[in-house]
Design a protein around this ligand. Structure first.
Ligand SMILES: Cc1cc2nc3c(=O)[nH]c(=O)nc-3n(C[C@H](O)[C@H](O)[C@H](O)COP(=O)(O)OP(=O)(O)OC[C@H]3O[C@@H](n4cnc5c(N)ncnc54)[C@H](O)[C@@H]3O)c2cc1C
Length: 672
């Protein structure tokens, strides 16, 4: 292994300073704060930064994580091979270094990002893992958990079928209990019952956690998890009765072998149904779970992690776009003046600064959600169903909102980089395809928004108490006082009012339909667009609240001022750009108020501009984190690297492409 660089010198060393593009260096020199102060805050202190960088450097300096070509240029097989090699190295190194808990997460996260097209592999590799740990009783944990953790059992989570994903009860795979032999018999009775999409099922997994309809005592007890061995432990061949394979090329994430699975009379022992919360007894009698929601608990954990990952991906995209926008000079702002940095155009700021504000808001919201999960999951599983409900509602709406905003944010950043943004060397394609998978995996965006909306109804009616939804019961919102210096509390109050307004409108629309005799289910469907808007407005409010709640933790000074401005911008942008109509209709804001808010927003762009680079530097991404983007490099040597990568691309290729002779030559030389 090559020498491990000093965690504090490796990315901010003197030599880097000398080599940095002068425009970017000027941005850093002119910022109102040292970005490292903010990095420390994000890491929970300078020790946190030191430790994180040290662990990242262990991965960065490990030659086994070779990474010659951007993974989007690899064939599917090459991408898979590289990811697999990296993963095995990751498992070895994690053991060797003895990483646990947070250290494990940092190493695991970073090493996986060395091969970005496998970025969700870390989740999927043992994706049955969270479900297994949640549902396995003590006997089952003792029997299998060590093998799962040691990667002898390579698991996958097989819920989705060809015909059903979102609607769990619609699954068709069956698991029928045979009490004579004390076994379950699993079958895929139809084409549409074929398990589809499970990550690592295609080529890697030797076991699957299969969700199947449990049939016992002649009754269907609904979907339950079953641990099924699918490949031989010696030869890796599919076991008799099992048809398994890869579902083929996807939109992205080439390194992940998503698979299909068909089961024909597969017999497994009774104890292979995970039975911590429900049980099938030897005589076939069934004890249901105390809390029916527990079946979704494993997904909950992953859903609570995805928002933080979305925040990180968005932060990467905006880092690339802002650094590039400081290096890129184009056009004339004043006749005869030097060409400006494109970030000086107000329109460029309108594209990028709200995304920068989102990246921070999502970072803090993701942290708050992780905390809520850690506090709530045990209480929930130990019998307080309200905690599970709250977690489910929060994670659903934040996952849906943040992943979908992440995708639009990345694409906006890509467009903000002009032609070079469209090059694969920009890093955007890999970020985008990874992010767009997150919108769908672990729950479709609309389905999750609507699940949250049902929870909002309960809170709105006062049937469920949840501090995050207390604003729904608050009466007497008064019109905001907008004179003088704009306060975060004022904007937060507007966001709360706006979210309540959306909930109220959807609720009224649905209730009126019911009063007219429309059936509940039809009334729900007819008002569902309004409900998705309400859920989004709720997510926007709680994201701004998480941001605002974080500000007092930052010591007084320029860092706090910079984040204060971003927090205000986050709320203002939502109010001005996506709610003006409803707020005026509700007589909450006048047209003049909105003009004033818009003016404040544009003034914030000017305030944020000098700190834009420091604010993205503070995320402390290495070039590797940024998919080796030629546009987002820390040193800003954009043109040199665009050119270098093109030269590398052409290296070893003949100057005249062989297809010239085959097709083009005849066309050019013909005398048609
Ligand atoms: C990269 C990737 C990895 C995956 N990995 C796994 C895995 O490891 N294991 C696994 O089991 N699955 C996996 N999946 C499957 C994934 O979980 C499902 O695709 C996802 O939950 C969406 O379900 P669906 O495909 O049934 O979509 P559908 O529900 O069919 O969605 C189609 C459309 O119908 C709409 N719709 C559906 N129901 C409603 C409703 N009630 N109200 C309004 N609109 C509705 C949706 O909004 C969407 O617009 C993976 C998928 C991807 C893309």
């Amino acid at each position: 292994m090559s020498t491990i660089p000093n965690p504090f010198e490796s990315r901010r060393g003197i030599s880097e300073r000398r080599e940095t593009n002068p425009d970017l260096q000027q941005e850093r020199d002119g910022a109102s704060f040292d970005s490292m102060q903010l990095t420390h805050f994000l890491d929970g202190g300078s020790d946190g930064t030191y430790r994180r960088r040290h662990i990242e450097n262990l991965a960065l300096s490990d030659p086994e994580y070779d990474f010659d070509r951007e993974s989007s240029q690899l064939s599917l097989d090459e991408a898979f091979k590289t990811a697999l090699k990296h993963h095995v190295q990751l498992v070895r190194k994690t053991k060797e270094f003895g990483f646990k808990d947070k250290d494990y997460d940092i190493y695991n996260y970073f090493a996986h990002y060395l091969n970005p097209s496998s970025q969700v592999k870390k989740r999927l590799w043992r994706s049955g893992g969270p479900m297994f740990e949640l549902h396995a009783n003590q006997f089952q944990q003792e029997k299998w958990l060590k093998d799962i953790k040691d990667h002898r059992i390579i698991g996958c989570y097989a819920q989705t079928e060809l015909g059903h994903g979102s609607f769990l009860r619609g699954l068709e795979t069956t698991a029928e209990y045979d009490k004579e032999r004390g076994e379950f018999v699993l079958n895929s009775p139809t084409l549409t019952s074929t398990k589809w999409w499970a990550g690592t099922m295609g080529w890697c997994a030797n076991h699957a956690l299969v969700m199947a309809q449990l049939m016992t005592e002649g009754k269907n007890r609904g979907p339950h998890p079953f641990l099924v061995q699918i490949r031989d432990m010696d030869t890796h061949n599919p076991l008799p009765g099992i048809a398994v394979g890869n579902i083929g090329p996807k939109y992205g994430l080439d390194a992940i072998d998503n698979g299909f699975l068909r089961l024909e009379n597969i017999r497994i022992p009774r104890m292979n149904m995970l039975m911590k919360h429900f049980e099938v007894h030897p005589d076939g009698s069934y004890t249901p779970a105390k809390n029916a929601k527990v079946i979704n608990g494993g997904m909950l954990r992953i859903r609570c992690q995805i928002p933080s990952q979305s925040a990180s991906i968005l932060a990467k995209a905006v880092t690339i776009a802002i650094r590039y926008s400081c290096v890129r000079r184009q056009s004339e702002m004043q006749p005869g003046a030097p060409e400006p940095q494109v970030l000086d155009f107000q329109t460029q700021q309108e594209k990028l600064f709200p995304i920068l504000a989102q990246a921070y808001a999502f970072t803090f919201t993701g942290k708050a959600l992780t905390k809520l999960f850690e506090e709530g999951i045990q209480e929930g599983l130990n019998g307080d169903p309200s905690k599970l409900l709250e977690l489910h509602a929060q994670s659903s709406v934040l996952k849906a909102y943040m992943t979908s905003r992440g995708v639009t944010g990345i694409e906006t950043c890509r467009m903000a980089c002009g032609g070079h943004g469209y090059s694969r060397f920009s890093g955007f394609p890999t970020l985008l395809t990874g992010a767009s998978a997150s919108v769908t995996v672990e729950g479709d965006v609309t389905v999750l928004l609507l699940q949250n909306a049902r929870y909002l109804i309960k809170c709105f009616e006062g049937k469920v108490k949840d501090a995050q939804c207390a604003y729904l019961l608050k009466e007497g919102y008064s019109r905001p006082k907008l004179g003088g210096k704009l306060k975060i509390d004022t904007i937060l109050d507007c966001m709360a009012f706006r979210a309540k307004l959306h909930v109220n409108q959807a609720f009224t629309q649905m209730s009126q339909l019911k009063l007219k005799g429309v059936k509940s289910s039809a009334a729900w469907n007819t008002s569902s667009v309004a409900w998705t808007e309400a859920a989004i407005a709720h997510a926007e409010y709680i994201s701004m609240k998480a941001f605002a709640d974080t500000l007092p933790e930052i010591p007084n000074g320029p860092v706090r001022v910079a984040l204060h401005n971003l927090c205000l911008l986050f709320g203002l942008h939502v109010l001005v750009r996506s709610s003006s109509r409803v707020l005026i209709q509700a007589d909450y804001l006048s047209a003049d108020d909105l003009s004033q808010l818009e003016l404040s927003m544009l003034e914030l762009y000017e305030a944020i501009r000098p700190d834009a680079v420091a604010l993205v530097d503070a995320f402390d991404f290495t070039n590797r984190h940024l998919m080796d983007s030629v546009l987002g490099r820390y040193d800003g040597k954009v043109y040199e690297h665009i050119n270098k990568r093109a030269e590398e691309y052409n290296h070893g290729r003949p100057e005249v492409h062989p297809m010239y002779e085959k097709y083009l030559e005849g066309l050019i030389k013909s005398r048609m």
